[in-house]
Design a protein around this ligand. Structure first.
Ligand SMILES: NC(=O)c1ccc[n+]([C@@H]2O[C@H](COP(=O)([O-])OP(=O)(O)OC[C@H]3O[C@@H](n4cnc5c(N)ncnc54)[C@H](OP(=O)(O)O)[C@@H]3O)[C@@H](O)[C@H]2O)c1
Length: 254
């Protein structure tokens, strides 16, 4: 069977670990050349690249701290150089996955926490999407996929107000941008994970039993289950889906 993403260039932010790593591995398995972005975990990014190349895929790791003002520009500059510059500035798939969450009462939260959530979860995603949408419009085909959260549609628990606000912003941006670029051949969609077993939200963490009960499947998701939804939205098979935020949460938001 032919690979659906053969010869496509994909950039996955925050793909050294967790959901991003699973997305990078899955897109590479579908034939894409994958830029694996990392910030603090160079060894883990290299492990992802090694796993992809061992399976006859193609990947390169690129450092950029997307929580810093210059991070998105650094990553954008790397797109032209990756894989020996053979894509000539083209980018086919952007997965904005890098994100962070801090827990605690909002009334005691710091300005730094606000900056952390909004610089990484929102600002970098917006900057990268702007650049990517222009590149994709030139070639007439592109997929922008934003990783939001089931918390991007509701607030089922207290203590994550800044995170929820940032993910509502991701949800709204996804819908707004889809309206602006759809006619250029570029689709913009979101995937909204529920509790997924990663370093950010381990299935054996302090509140994991509570999270499990809030899903109707009674369990955490696997990073690969989120990656499967991303792979579908990245593929030509999703051509008529635009401005959608697909919730993959085991029934958390049902
Ligand atoms: N896990 C869940 O239950 C869950 C639920 C809903 C939504 N999500 C969303 O899914 C996405 C991935 O979450 P995850 O659970 O996989 O998180 P994770 O296990 O904490 O992994 C986060 C990834 O983001 C990267 N990252 C962190 N700060 C960065 C920065 N400043 N610049 C560039 N990359 C950075 C990390 O790379 P380095 O280590 O190299 O810095 C890592 O690869 C996030 O947007 C999150 O909000 C997760």
């Amino acid at each position: 069977m032919s690979k659906l993403l053969k010869n496509k260039l994909a950039l996955v932010t925050g793909s050294s670990r967790g959901i991003g790593a699973a997305i990078a591995i899955r897109l590479a398995a579908e034939g894409a050349y994958v830029i694996v972005n990392y910030s603090a975990s160079p060894e883990r990014a290299q492990k992802v690249v090694d796993e992809i190349t061992k399976a006859d895929g193609l990947a390169e790791a690129v450092h950029a701290d997307l929580g810093s003002p210059e991070g998105p520009k650094t990553l954008i500059a790397s797109i032209d150089k990756c894989f020996g510059g053979e894509f000539g500035g083209r980018l086919d798939i952007l997965v904005n996955n890098a994100g962070t969450a801090e827990f605690g009462p909002f009334l005691e939260s710091s300005d730094q926490s606000y900056d952390k959530h909004f610089n990484l979860n929102v600002r970098s995603l917006i900057e990268l999407s702007k650049d990517a949408a222009k590149r994709m419009a030139k070639s007439g085909w592109g997929r922008i996929i934003n990783i939001g959260a089931s918390f991007g549609e509701g607030a089922p628990i207290p203590g994550v107000t800044l995170y929820i606000a940032s993910k509502f912003a991701v949800h709204g941006f996804t819908r707004g941008l889809s309206r602006e670029v759809g006619s250029t051949g570029v689709t913009v969609n979101g995937v909204q994970p529920g509790p997924t077993n990663t370093d950010l939200s381990p299935e054996d963490g302090p509140v994991s039993d509570w999270f499990k009960k809030l899903t109707s499947l009674g369990r955490f998701g696997k990073a690969e289950e989120i990656a499967a939804a991303v792979a579908f939205l990245a593929s030509p098979e999703s051509a008529f889906i635009n401005g959608e935020n697909l919730t993959v949460d085991g029934g958390f938001n049902a």
